[in-house]
Design a protein around this ligand. Structure first.
Ligand code: URA
Length: 268
């Protein structure tokens, strides 16, 4: 019996099922089902944040019946520094991923850095630790950055989504749209001179382009923070998770890294 249970668990694990969300099945078709209170772990402090999140930290951000995209813009826009943005994000109810994630993954590195790397979404390791890019692909990203003299003391790192999609699935367009005002404000507050868009989701979302990463990478494009703001030179490159699967593309990634290095020398 024990052996059979172990086999089933191994099968689930191999299939990518690594989260148990509820203790008992939930009949979502039942008419009057009130969502059960899901256990939500306390969000861990991201390296750059000063204080743990608290809803009471956002007294001027009332929860109203306004459309959720407007609410997200208003809440994100009202943050005047990164610690406040983190608190507002922790209190934000517009993205259901918050309830399946263990931790909010806000950002890491130097908030005054000239260069900001933006990935897709946390994976299991990041979700556990509450820091972006700490798993296997994060270790490769660290080595890529180190190859041009960058590290978490001289660069800032975050993601389009601050919560892990269950099972590491691709984020849905609705999840990306819900969190977009927060990453936009995050960029405004860090105000980097150069953006590195790590992977297709980051590049397409922030550049507003439909092409895939193969077409977008390896050339300087512009991220436009707002109509009146100066565009930020932005370079899309391969996601390290992709490079781990396709090491033949590392030469192209190296080309991208050299472009980033040269740009930083030229403009900083
Ligand atoms: N992949 C990402 O895009 N971001 C992380 O933080 C980790 C893996």
């Amino acid at each position: 019996m024990e052996h059979a249970a172990g086999t089933v668990l191994a099968w689930y694990h191999d299939a990518g099922v690594d989260e148990v969300l509820l203790d008992a099945p939930l009949d979502r078709f039942a008419a009057s089902t009130k969502p059960p209170a899901l256990p939500v772990s306390p969000a861990r402090r991201a390296d750059i944040s000063a204080a743990p999140p608290s809803v009471s930290a956002t007294p001027n951000v009332p929860v109203t019946a306004e459309p959720s995209d407007q609410a997200a813009q208003r809440i994100a826009g009202s943050a005047t520094d990164l610690a406040m943005l983190r608190e507002h994000l922790a209190a934000f109810e517009g993205c259901p991923l918050k309830h399946t994630a263990k931790n909010l993954v806000f950002g890491d590195g130097d908030p005054d850095a000239n260069v900001m790397f933006i990935g897709e979404a946390p994976g299991a390791d990041e979700d556990r630790e509450g820091r972006p890019f700490v798993g296997v692909s994060g270790q490769l990203l660290d080595r890529m950055m180190a190859s041009i003299g960058l590290d978490r003391e001289s660069a800032y790192i975050t993601n389009i989504l601050p919560w892990r999609p269950p099972g590491n699935r691709e984020p849905t367009p609705a999840e990306v749209a819900a969190c977009l005002p927060f990453i936009k404000r995050h960029i405004e507050l860090v105000a980097p001179k150069v953006l590195v868009l790590v992977g297709g989701t980051s590049a397409k979302t922030l550049l507003g382009r439909k092409e895939g990463i193969m077409r977008l990478r390896g050339r300087w494009l512009s991220y436009q923070p707002s109509e009146s703001a100066e565009p930020i030179p932005s370079l899309a490159t391969f996601h390290p998770a992709f490079l781990l699967r396709s090491p033949g593309q590392k030469a192209n990634a190296w080309h991208d890294l050299l472009m980033i290095s040269q740009k930083l020398i030229n403009i900083c």
